[in-house]
Write a protein of this length. Structure first.
Lengths: 333, 333
DNA sequence: TTGTAAGCGTTATCAT
DNA sequence: ATGATAACGCTTACAA
C-alpha cells in the first residue's frame, strides 16, 4: 500500500553503481554495456519511475502543457483539445486543462498564476483578447502559443484562421442555393471571433439587405432566442436563409425553426461555422464551414514544442484554410 | 523576456528577512505584523509565485489531479470533466487530462506511468475493467477514485450508478408509451457499461420478444450501422421502439430512421442513456436517462480530495440515482 | 518570533 | 566510464 516509491538511490544500490550512473543510463547517455544492463534490470525490478517534480525542479522545466479555454462545454474546444493531444503524443508531454467556465474572461488572472512546474508551456484560445491578457501573454515566463488571429505586431506564436474567408464561403453558398434575404446571427461582438465574423458579414452584405442579429453567447440557447426574434418579423422581412456565427447558434436556430414547423432547408436554409462533430448527425444535417479545430490544436502543439526547445526563435504563424461542408440544412439533394 | 523568476531568496532579500520567514508568511503561519507586511509587499513587487515543482518535491505531493478516460471525444466525458472541475474549484488543485483516444484501452499502462509530481491524485472512468487495471489501481502509489461500479471487494473509492435501474426506467417508459416490440442496441459487451446494460435489458425483456443488437463501439456510427440491420428485418420482426445503451448510439438510430423516412416517435420510438447536453437539441429531442455525469465528476473530485487529505480512511462509495428525461423521441406531446 | 540548515529526487560538473 | 557532490526552490525542524 504505502510502499515508498523507489528513487535513484535504491536503483543504484541494487545495481551496485552510483546514482550518477543510474541517471546517465536512464537518460540514454553512453555507459559500459554491463553497467547499462544492470541499471536497466534494477530499475525494472523495482518498478522505478523518475519523480517528475524533482526532475522538473532540476531541469527548470518539465513537460507539462496547459490548454486554456473559456468554455470546455463547447465541443469546438473538445476538438481543439484532441488536436493538442494528437500533437503532443509521443513527445512525453502531458496536457492540463484550464477552463474559466462562464466567468467573464478570467483568463488573464489564470495566465498570471501559472507557476513553473504546473505549466511549462501554454496553448490558449481566448474568446476575448483584452490588452491586459495580451500583455500577460507576452510577458509570460513560459512559452505561449495563441490559437486565434493576433495583430501582426504581437510577438507570439499563433495559429490563425481566415475568418472573413469562412463567412464568405457560407454566404456565397447560401446565395448560390437561391437565398435572397440572408440573416446573420452573430455571437458576442466583444469577442474576437464574434467581431471578426460580424465584420466579415457586414462587408459581404453591404449591398444586400441582410439583417443582423447579435447574441450574448455562442450557445444553443442564444440561437433559440435569436430564432424567436426572427420569427417575430413580418413576413416580408423574414429571411430565407440564416448564417450563424457558429454551429451552436445554428443548431439553436434549427431547433427553433423545426419546432415552429418551418421546413429546413425548403423554407429556411441554415448554415453554421465550426463544423463540430455533431453537425452531420443532426436532422437535417447542418451545413457548416470547418475551421479544422483539431488540426489547429495539433499545429498549436507543434509550435509550442518547437518554442519550448528553441525559446528565442522568431515568432511563427500557421494559418488554416476554412472548408465548406455542404449538408442537408441548405440543400436537399 | 528571459527574466529569471524570483525565488524566496529574492523576496527575503528585498524584505530584509530570512527565507524561512518568507515561507512562513506566504503559507499563512503566524508572524509579527510588520514582518508579514514587508514580506507581502516584497512578494507583490517582485511578482513572486512559488515554484510548483519545488514545492511538490519538498511536500511529497502537489495538487495535481489527473482524469483518465478512454475517449475524450464522447460528450459524456466532457461533462464528467466539467464536474471534476466543479468539485476541484476553490481547492487550488489543477486538473490534467489523460485520454487514450480510440486505442484499445491502454489505461493500465497509463496508470502505471503516472509519476508523482505529474499526478498526485487520479480520477478514472474505465470502459473496460481488466483485472490488470484493477491491480494497478489498488497498488497505485497515489490516491485513486473510480467512476464506475466496482466489485464490493475492491478497496477503492468509487462513484457508482444504478445501471439496471437506468435501463429499467427507459424500458418501462417505452412500454408505457405503448411499445410492443422493444429492441435493444447495446455497446461493446466487453466493456463495463456495455455488459451491465445488456444484462439489465435481457433480464427485463426475458418474457417479451425483445431483439438484441450488439455494436462495436459507443458511437453514432455504430448506431447508424445498427439501424441498417434493424431496417433489414422483415416487417413482422421490426421493433416499434429502440432502447440504446447510450445517447450516441441512440442518435445514430435516430439519424438512420429519419433518413429512411421513418417517423419518430410515431413509427419508431427511440430512447438513449446518458442524457448528453445535445440530447435536447436534436429534433426530435432525444428521450434519455440521465446518469448525471457532471454530478458524478463532482462527487469523484470530492472523494479524491478527502482521500488525499486522509490517505488511510476506509474506502467510500457514492451512488447516483438515474433520472428519466422524457422528450419528443418517445412521446409527441 | 526569527534565522540557520537540512533535505526532498533529480541532473550535471568535476575529479578520478 | 564512473563516482562523489553540488544545486534546483521550497518547507520545516531546531536553535537562538
Amino acid at each position: 500500500m504505502t510502499t515508498r516509491r523507489p528513487t535513484v538511490v535504491q536503483v543504484a544500490r541494487r545495481a551496485g553503481v552510483s546514482i550518477a550512473s543510474v541517471s546517465r543510463v536512464l537518460n540514454g547517455k553512453a555507459a559500459r554495456p554491463d553497467t547499462t544492463d544492470r541499471v536497466r534490470a534494477a530499475a525494472a525490478e523495482l518498478g522505478y519511475l523518475p519523480d517528475a517534480a524533482a526532475r522538473s525542479l532540476k531541469l527548470g522545466s518539465g513537460r507539462q502543457v496547459t490548454l486554456a479555454v473559456d468554455d470546455i462545454g463547447n465541443p469546438v474546444y473538445s476538438e481543439l483539445m484532441q488536436g493538442v493531444v494528437d500533437g503532443l503524443s509521443g513527445s512525453g508531454a502531458r496536457l492540463s486543462i484550464a477552463s474559466t467556465g462562464q466567468e467573464p474572461s478570467e483568463l488573464s488572472a489564470l495566465v498570471r498564476n501559472l507557476s513553473r512546474g504546473l505549466a511549462d508551456g501554454l496553448v490558449i484560445s481566448p474568446l476575448r483578447r483584452s490588452s491586459e491578457l495580451l500583455r500577460s501573454l507576452v510577458d509570460s515566463p513560459i512559452p505561449v502559443v495563441v490559437v486565434g488571429n493576433l495583430a501582426d505586431a504581437v510577438p507570439l506564436d499563433s495559429v490563425r484562421i481566415d475568418s472573413a474567408g469562412a463567412v464568405r464561403l457560407a454566404y456565397r453558398h447560401l446565395q448560390s442555393m437561391g437565398a435572397a434575404r440572408i440573416a446573420f446571427v452573430g455571437g458576442p461582438p466583444d469577442t474576437a471571433p464574434g467581431s471578426a465574423r460580424l465584420t466579415a458579414f457586414r462587408q459581404l452584405a453591404q449591398h444586400d439587405d441582410g439583417r443582423v442579429l447579435v447574441t450574448g453567447s455562442f450557445t444553443v440557447r442564444s440561437g433559440e432566442r435569436a430564432w424567436n426574434k426572427l420569427a417575430a418579423l413580418s413576413k416580408a422581412e423574414r429571411p430565407d436563409a440564416v448564417l450563424a456565427a457558429n454551429d451552436l447558434l445554428a443548431l439553436g436556430i434549427l431547433r427553433g425553426a423545426l419546432s415552429a414547423g418551418v421546413a429546413v432547408p425548403e423554407q429556411l436554409a441554415v448554415a453554421g461555422i465550426d463544423d463540430i462533430t455533431f453537425a452531420r448527425v443532426f436532422s437535417p444535417a447542418l451545413t457548416s464551414v470547418s475551421l479544422r479545430s483539431r488540426e489547429r490544436g495539433r499545429l498549436a502543439a507543434e509550435l509550442l514544442q518547437h518554442r519550448m526547445s528553441e525559446p528565442s526563435a522568431p515568432p511563427q504563424m500557421r494559418t488554416v484554410t476554412p472548408r465548406l461542408v455542404v449538408r442537408e440544412s441548405t440543400c436537399r439533394s
